[in-house]
Design a protein around this ligand. Structure first.
Ligand SMILES: NC(=O)c1ccc[n+]([C@@H]2O[C@H](COP(=O)([O-])OP(=O)(O)OC[C@H]3O[C@@H](n4cnc5c(N)ncnc54)[C@H](OP(=O)(O)O)[C@@H]3O)[C@@H](O)[C@H]2O)c1
Length: 280
């Protein structure tokens, strides 16, 4: 980030804290160069404890930052932007993480020519192992994209994509975290059913998921190849896999991604302002 640059976060919930933690972990921005706002102290106290500045006034954030993250719930964004819009200047780079809120909607609610990025993180950003994508608005530059990538580099993977992939990312990586937890819960229950203590099962399952993901990344292999590597002919794994196939695990998971992506698209349509609303 340029000298004198500072980061603002409007909204101080889980996602704002995850992003701020990642920005600090990357080491290029000092805590005192980050300011976050929220109506209550419920979440702001965590920012304060980490040495960041806090306020209850969104205007203060806008006046004291060059990179402005919008991290309030999507349904609140229109009102929040209507209030802060007069303070947004050409010096600001605005990054929205609000699910379903499109670049078109954001640009219609911000001053004309505003540089906007739309980012979609997922919750493991909290532990610096996120999977995020972002797309650029019509006035954002390659340097803006590079600036965002540099800022959140410690949050995990962050890839630039066309905007049409963002809702798919919500369906596969945003919501996907919950699918994995459901699968993890089922694995644990299976182990407990077979007589293993819960705490040990939980640890083993978490490490199994972590290890499987790491092997996929490190080897670069297709998961089908890695799965086959575990299957001894006539062995235990293929007996387990046969039960998963009988339960249609694969098509069920594909349906889940399709349903969540479809819902993200619907939410996006509902959040579009009426034509002309907010246009400046
Ligand atoms: N959580 C995820 O997995 C995830 C993933 C991708 C994208 N996102 C997006 O990230 C955004 C934030 O989600 P979250 O999970 O972090 O929500 P959250 O934990 O509920 O946090 C929302 C924050 O917004 C604050 N807030 C409420 N009204 C406000 C206002 N008028 N002005 C300023 N701040 C206000 C809340 O204040 P208090 O602290 O006073 O309650 C809270 O700090 C959402 O748009 C969501 O779509 C979330």
């Amino acid at each position: 980030m340029e000298a004198g640059g500072s980061v603002g976060l409007v909204g101080a919930g889980r996602m704002a804290l995850a992003i701020a933690t990642g920005i600090l972990a990357a080491g290029n921005v000092k805590p005192e160069a980050i300011i976050a706002s929220a109506p209550s102290d419920t979440n702001l106290c965590k920012f304060k404890e980490m040495g960041m500045r806090t306020t209850h006034d969104n205007d203060n954030v806008v006046k004291n930052c060059t990179v402005l993250f919008l991290a309030v719930k999507p349904h609140l964004l229109t009102n929040v932007l209507a209030n802060i819009c007069p303070l947004v200047t050409p010096a600001h780079l605005v990054v929205s993480v609000a699910a379903g809120v499109t670049i078109d909607t954001l640009e219609s609610l911000l001053p004309r020519g505003c540089r906007v990025l739309r980012m979609m993180p997922n919750l493991p950003c909290t532990v610096l192992q996120g999977a995020s994508v972002f797309c650029c608005g019509s006035h954002a530059t390659t340097s803006d994209a590079d600036l965002l990538k540099g800022l959140v580099s410690a949050c995990g993977l962050c890839e630039e994509t066309p905007e049409s992939y963002i809702d798919i990312h919500t369906g596969v990586s945003g919501s996907g975290v919950a699918y994995v937890y459901l699968f993890a819960e089922a694995l644990i229950d299976g182990a407990v059913k077979m007589g293993m203590p819960y705490e040990l099962s939980k640890k083993l399952v978490a490490h199994t998921l972590l290890g499987a993901g790491k092997m996929m990344l490190d080897s670069g292999e297709h998961p089908a190849k890695l799965k086959n590597d575990v299957c001894t002919p006539g062995g235990t794994t293929v007996h387990g896999l046969y039960q998963l196939e009988k339960g249609n695990l694969r098509s069920t998971v594909m349906d889940a991604v399709e349903a969540a992506t479809g819902h993200a698209r619907e939410v996006g349509k509902r959040l579009q302002p009426h034509q002309g609303l907010g246009q400046r």
